[in-house]
Ligand binder design. Structure first.
Ligand SMILES: NC(=O)c1ccc[n+]([C@@H]2O[C@H](COP(=O)([O-])OP(=O)(O)OC[C@H]3O[C@@H](n4cnc5c(N)ncnc54)[C@H](OP(=O)(O)O)[C@@H]3O)[C@@H](O)[C@H]2O)c1
Length: 335
């Protein structure tokens, strides 16, 4: 596997997003299958693993910590705080809380679940807009001073917020959604990362399965699948988006790769500072996704791909109004 630079770390050019092993897309795999998936990624050269306090309300970190503990020295372990499960009388709920004391508590809980003394890259999962970004970043900066965290990351932030944060503590990476059908980072954040020497970690890089061609019928999604709340997966929008796939699949054929590989290989062409982190529960899909780092795309094909799937050709926003209000990213005027 090729490598890329992530601040002080050299990591596999494609990392592994671990969220779906505990949460998000229907029933997650059992413990044995999840363990096999993580170990297979490690065997195939993945050295960048991404989790968060939020995923499975701690269960994902517990899983990742247990399975990867014997291999801790080989990997760059990334987690996130500032958005986590909080217990209420009627159950555990997701809460965004960027106050310094909340971030410290999240991080200390994560260290325990991950069975490690230090988290290599610790992201603010969302900027809590009620708290100045300088204060939330200051909390992570103190965790760095104490040796509990090695580097700071931000998720779903605008270029302006990134710059404010960077003035307090160097930002090693921004993690936001980026793929052919989610182009918002192209407005300003990709360039800001390049200027500041930060990596850009692309989440949902195969468009939560859309760009793999495997998801044809959204009516079959599990009732709790988070895609059900996303406008572009609503049946009418998704039907319009599916109409883009035959031409997309033809481009993948032409490039000699699968649709999922085309989505990942395209991201790798968007800058040396780009690192995609696909998620999968399938060993076969994992192998397929990781092999994308060997795919070469010709400039003429890249132009056709760019024109085929972009913010003008995709129908439906990426988030519900509520989720959109919780992020800070730039938006295209028409969205
Ligand atoms: N910072 C944030 O706010 C944030 C938000 C979302 C995600 N993330 C991170 O990004 C990671 C990846 O994002 P994601 O899981 O949302 O999206 P993704 O990687 O774009 O898509 C995952 C979906 O695609 C399917 N898939 C993957 N490879 C496939 C292949 N080769 N063929 C067919 N289907 C394939 C998976 O199903 P199978 O299991 O069937 O393969 C799964 O349903 C997460 O694990 C998490 O670490 C961060």
């Amino acid at each position: 596997m090729k490598t890329r630079i992530l601040g002080p770390f050299s990591v596999s050019a494609i990392g592994l997003g671990c969220m779906n092993l505990s949460h998000a897309y229907g029933t997650p795999p059992g413990a044995e299958a999840a363990e096999a998936l993580l170990l297979s990624a490690l065997d195939q050269g993945v050295t960048l693993f991404d989790t968060a306090a939020l995923y499975g309300f701690g269960a994902n970190e517990t899983l990742v910590g247990r399975v990867l503990k014997p291999h801790r020295h080989q990997i760059t372990l990334c987690s996130k705080g500032g958005m986590a499960g909080v217990s209420f009388p009627d159950g555990v709920k997701r809460v965004i809380d960027g106050r310094p004391e909340a971030i410290r508590r999240n991080c200390e809980d994560s260290l325990q679940r991950l069975q490690t003394d230090v988290i290599d890259l610790y992201y603010l999962h969302r900027w809590d807009k009620r708290v100045p970004i300088e204060d939330s970043v200051g909390a992570v900066s103190r965790l760095v001073e104490e040796g509990k965290v090695r580097a700071l990351g931000l998720s779903e932030v605008s270029a302006a917020t990134l710059r404010r944060a960077h003035a307090v503590h160097p930002v090693t990476a921004v993690q936001s959604e980026y793929s052919l059908w989610t182009r918002e980072p192209e407005i300003a954040v990709l360039q800001a990362c390049r200027e500041l020497g930060a990596a850009f970690v692309a989440f949902s890089p195969v468009a939560r399965a859309f760009l793999t061609g495997a998801l044809r019928d959204v009516a079959k999604l599990d009732a709790k699948d988070i895609r059900r709340s996303m406008p572009r997966f609503e049946p009418a929008n998704y039907a319009a988006n599916l109409a883009l796939l035959p031409a997309y699949e033809a481009l993948a054929d032409e490039a000699g790769c699968t649709p999922a590989q085309l989505a990942l290989a395209w991201l790798l062409t968007r800058g040396d500072h780009l690192i995609p982190i696909p998620g999968t529960a399938s060993l076969a899909h994992l192998r397929e996704d990781l092999d994308a780092d060997a795919v070469t795309l010709q400039p003429a094909l890249l132009s056709r791909l760019d024109a085929l799937i972009n913010q003008r050709t995709v129908q439906g926003g990426r988030y519900s109004a509520q989720s959109q209000s919780e992020v800070d990213t730039e938006q295209f005027e028409s969205v």
